[in-house]
Design a protein around this ligand. Structure first.
Ligand SMILES: *Cc1c(COP(=O)(O)O)cnc(C)c1O
Length: 378
């Protein structure tokens, strides 16, 4: 197997980055092995956290400094901290996977690091050098590696994030910023087999607009999608689907996942837009499809194309993709005045085999032919 820990990143923020000198403070009230085992037996998603967290400070004068591994716990913030007022915040999401030999790996973390730099530029936050990002993940795994579960399809979800902590109510990019990483064990997303989901088409709300922050991974995009997500839940749907804000015609993405349509001739089509978040899962799945000889098109797709293609039998499968749920078959799209597909539609074959191939690579069960895995454990 050819795994690589090389991160050939040429972003300017990485130039001249020196090695971080970590200050490690162990958690004296860490969970006992037994308590941890109980949590890992049924972790759910996003409710349990490991014993430690990563914290790196940034100031306009001092740059990135004081990298720390510290006990997981509440953060003290000045009530005037800019993030609480103006939402200057970005985040990332990736997973640590335990392989059969016990080693711990992550999937394309340098792509998350690069995307966080792009998000940082859009939100006027400082760029964290990629090697600091990777070093932070390794430091957390060094103290909390036992929190990476080993049952099939489980993982430790890693959440790096950055926010404006300067106490200042004036409106300008903050001069003091914090970067954190926390870890949360994640169970198999689907219990008892992958269940195709229904999604709700939002026509009252848009997620992002031209020139906005749609392509950045920032909390504000989620804040503005919650009302539409609540509407989806009311409609019995798992997720909300957004169209472009200008014409309400072109597919964008779901609240937190990208979308891919599969055509009868094997072509995979995914929306092209300046205002969607470029998913690493989507990029990887499309690469696997290309490897198999599928044609892949990234272009504008209208909701009518989906509607008509599904009716004529030209579009045979649709799936959503993102780190948390990997690849999720979409059974049905519900809109106020029409429906595409049906709630009991079976998962598509291409969807499921791409999902299997991707997870096999992530869990070390298939050859990592693209050098996508980075070892986090020593
Ligand atoms: C994170 C995210 C995705 C999926 O990205 P991955 O890198 O595949 O996890 C898609 N859409 C939005 C809005 C996101 O925030």
């Amino acid at each position: 197997m050819t795994n690589t820990t090389d991160t050939a990143d040429t972003a300017t923020a990485d130039a001249g980055a020196t090695k971080l000198d970590w200050e490690v403070t162990r958690n004296l009230v860490a969970k006992s092995p037994q308590e941890r085992a109980e949590i890992l037996a049924n972790p759910g998603f996003g409710t349990h956290f490991t014993d430690h967290m990563i914290d790196i400070c940034w100031s306009e004068r001092g740059g990135w400094h004081r990298p720390r591994v510290q006990p997981y716990g509440p953060i003290t913030l000045d009530p005037a901290a800019a993030v609480l007022h103006y939402g200057q915040e970005i985040f990332e999401g990736l997973k640590a996977y335990r392989h059969e030999d016990g080693s711990i790996w992550s999937f394309r973390p340098e792509a998350n690091a690069a995307r966080m730099q792009r998000s940082a530029r859009r939100l006027a936050l400082p760029e964290l050098p990629s090697e600091y990002f990777l070093d932070a993940l390794k430091q957390l795994i060094a103290v909390d590696g036992d929190w990476v579960p080993s049952a099939p399809e489980t993982s430790l979800y890693l959440r790096p994030y950055m926010f404006a902590k300067e106490a200042f109510l004036g409106v300008r990019p903050a001069h003091k910023v914090a970067f954190y990483v926390i870890g949360s064990p994640a169970g198999a997303y689907f219990h008892g087999g992958i269940a195709p989901v229904s999604i709700w088409l939002s026509t009252n709300y848009a997620r992002a607009g031209k020139g906005g922050t749609g392509a950045a991974k920032t909390g504000g995009n989620y804040a503005s999608s919650l009302i539409a997500q609540a509407e989806a839940t009311e409609q019995g749907c798992a997720q909300v689907m957004f169209l472009d804000s200008a014409e309400g015609k072109y597919l964008e993405e779901l609240g937190g996942m990208n979308i891919v349509l599969v055509y009868k001739d094997g072509t995979l089509v995914t929306p092209q837009s300046e205002s969607i978040l470029e998913g690493i899962t989507r990029d990887s799945v499309l690469q696997l499809a290309r490897d198999r000889g599928h044609t892949v098109e990234q272009r504008r797709v209208t909701i009518d194309e989906w509607r008509e293609g599904a009716a004529s039998g030209d579009i045979v499968e649709v799936f959503a993709c993102g780190t948390a749920a990997v690849v999720t078959p979409i059974a049905q799209l519900k809109a106020a005045d029409f429906t595409i597909g049906s709630a009991d539609a079976a998962a598509g074959e291409i969807t499921m085999s791409l999902r299997t191939e991707l997870t096999d690579i992530q869990y070390g069960r298939a050859e990592d032919r693209h050098g996508w895995l980075t070892r986090l454990s020593q």
